[in-house]
Design a protein around this ligand. Sequence first.
Ligand SMILES: [Zn+2]
Length: 326
Amino acid sequence: MCPLAELHVHIEGTLSHSLIRELARRNDLPIPPAARRDGPSSFGCLDDFLRDYYANLDVLRERRDFTDLANAYLKRASQAGVVHAEIFFDPQSHTRRGVPLSTVILGLSDALEEAPDRFGMTASLIMCFLRDRGPQEACAIYDEALAFRDRFIGVGLDSSEEGFPPSWFAGVFARAKADGLHRVAHAGEESGPEYVWEALDILDVERIDHGIRSLEDLELVARLKAEGMPLTVCPLSNVALRNSPADIAQHPLPVMLGEGLMVTVNSDDPEYFGGYIDDNFAALTRAGVIDGAQCRQLARNSIRASFMPEARKAALLSGEDIRVSR
Ligand SMILES: [Zn+2]
């Protein structure tokens, strides 16, 4: 397998049942109801999933809990061939539980700093705003996070999509751009192409997270293709949340590739949706959705679409150097 970059993974969505139980014991907390169930969960929609997701986060309390969470992901990602990850985190889902922002950011950073030595890969953080908490709260958390400006490379927009348009967040994204931060946003997952347009035109994003419903708008497809705008697609997540047909063989990814879009494959919330990035590739290949050449194309796209330095991208793409540079 070619070296991979993972560009769409929520660190909170990598919280496994075994780690939930371990942290609950360590922090003397009850095990959340969703984590008491065995076997894979099923969700009717994004909001069903988010209910379990937020309940499970209660076990994350101390700085070392966030370090353990990130280390578990980095270990698993490195085993999947990931040489670089740009990891989302949701500070508001922790600060609203009374966990200080410093605990979250410093705990995650502790793991990321060690990733080259421990796991032979690099990783960066992208701070996401919970869109359903509105723009005022996003501005407030952004202000607070500026004290840790060197710990994250960009901002994103996630959580419940429908009814919470990207345009609400124009102000905080403009500030992030002025501050030299990268910008990405979830759009076109549950909502239609209009949210993708808003993310492009109003938030000035550099990647669209998901974006599968862009296919409903031919003018938008032409725009995305012309700009080489990366789309971080998460096939197993789309199936689990019923944003694409239940049979992964019907996933629109090959249509997106056929349209010439800059598509990448990612895991989203792997502990909830059936697997990590290699599991997504395996499911697509097994179902005959993509062939070997398309796998290699998707891997190259992931390197190109990342925010790594151009020199490292070139080295990875040429196959000359897949070693980690600090
Ligand atoms: Zn996501």
